[in-house]
Write a protein that binds this ligand. Structure first.
Ligand SMILES: [Zn+2]
Length: 404
């Protein structure tokens, strides 16, 4: 099975966020530069009513670890992707907990989960945040910021200014009351896209019925206006695997594999008669259905016409098709008892009556000499025998004229 797999793509919004963060990191580097000259902690650089980005600080801008620490940054375990620090945790265990929790919340039944870009945990510098806050940050895309109150603001006003959920505000600022004194450092968030994208792939098996086709074959042995099902149609079945890709639970791609046929459909074949009424072909080469003494001939009998011949045989003798053909009827026909009728085409039909057992079904094709029944004494019969008829265009004829 061939399958056109879409390579997982980094979500464009995620790129934007990561790019944004890189830009912020540059801003931070500028802050560091400023701090280096004034030897003050970065937080003291914040002007009242302005914001300082909380987390991402990298030590690859020429600053040494010792310098960063001397500037008031903390050393912790950073969650990074593409070299960009997303959050700084107290310990490796905390960082791992954040990553595992994010994956766990996005796990879908029957799906493989992973991050769309590699996520690493490394040493990093910045402001350590609690693991719950870090999870909030990476899973909802909230960028954590420090906001220094100007005074007179209410919690509600801060929330509406930052489009923040009041419950989230309370979580981040448990100590804050309804009115906030000037100079209070508040944790606020900026809603963005999730910083990490969980990539899930789910395999779904789809099945589809393949409908059978019907083929009509012209048949010169059948009369016009009649038809016969030569072969019954059977539907087939095909199956394919669809791989559905989700990013943070949203379907982003559907990769439909090619169908594999499980069972091929079987064509329905219908024979349609073309023979004109009254246009009867020459008789097939008939054989005796069984051998035995003829106990009653064709023709007038007891003031009626005997439409066939009676052959006296013991019950259970094989009754064979006098020529090849299709079974028209095989059932218990009152007077004829257990009865078989075979159509040989071109207007020729044979009948076998008073059997003890039928061995064929209507529609079944039989070859010349095939056993179609066991002889018997059923229906209007005065002793074990086979009543055998040959009909030409529906009219009974003397079988003895056609038998060898
Ligand atoms: Zn008879």
């Amino acid at each position: 099975m061939k399958s056109k797999r879409n390579k997982p793509k980094i979500h464009p919004v995620l790129i934007a966020v990561v790019a944004g963060l890189s830009a912020l990191a540059v801003v931070i580097a500028v802050f560091i530069g400023l701090a280096a000259t004034t030897e003050k902690s970065p937080e003291s650089q914040a002007v009242v009513g302005s914001m300082v980005v909380d987390a991402p600080v990298t030590d690859d801008a020429g600053s040494t670890a010792a310098k960063l620490i001397s500037l008031g940054y903390q050393k912790g375990s950073a969650i990074k992707t593409n070299g960009v620090q997303l959050a700084l945790c107290q310990s490796k265990e905390d960082a791992q907990w954040v990553v595992d929790s994010m994956l766990a919340t996005s796990v879908m039944e029957g799906a493989k989960s992973k991050f769309s870009v590699p996520v690493t945990i490394e040493d990093g510098y910045g402001h350590i945040i609690g693991k719950e806050e870090a999870l909030l940050l990476v899973s909802t895309g909230t960028v954590s910021l420090n906001y220094i109150a100007q005074g007179g603001e209410t919690a509600q006003a801060v929330c509406s200014a930052f489009f923040m959920d009041e419950a989230a505000f309370k979580t981040l600022n448990a100590a804050a009351g309804d009115t906030i004194p000037a100079g209070t450092v508040l944790k606020v968030t900026s809603n963005a896209q999730p910083l990490l994208t969980v990539h899930n792939e789910k395999e779904v098996v789809e099945e589809e019925v393949i409908p059978f086709e019907t083929k009509t074959v012209q048949d010169n042995t059948l009369f016009k206006g009649t038809s016969r099902v030569k072969q019954a149609g059977v539907n087939g079945l095909r199956r394919r695997t669809v791989i559905v890709t989700y990013h943070n639970g949203l379907e982003i791609a559907r990769d439909e594999g090619e169908y594999t046929v499980i069972t091929e459909p079987v064509q329905k074949i219908v024979n349609e008669g073309t023979r004109k009424a009254g246009d009867i072909g020459s008789a097939p080469s008939f054989r005796w259905p069984l051998t035995g003494r003829i106990s009653s001939k064709f023709g007038p009998r007891w003031g009626k016409e005997h439409q066939g011949i009676d052959i006296a045989v013991s019950e259970g003798t094989n009754v064979r098709a006098a020529a090849g053909g299709t079974v028209l009827r095989a059932f218990n026909n009152g007077g004829y008892g257990l009865f078989v009728e075979i159509d040989h085409g071109s207007g020729w039909v044979t009948r076998y009556a008073h059997n003890s057992k039928l061995l064929v079904k209507p529609g079944q094709e039989v070859v010349r000499g095939e056993v179609v029944a066991l002889s018997g004494n059923t229906g209007n019969s005065t002793g074990p025998h086979l009543h055998f008829e040959i009909r030409r265009g529906g009219t009974p004829v003397d079988p003895q004229l056609y038998l060898p």
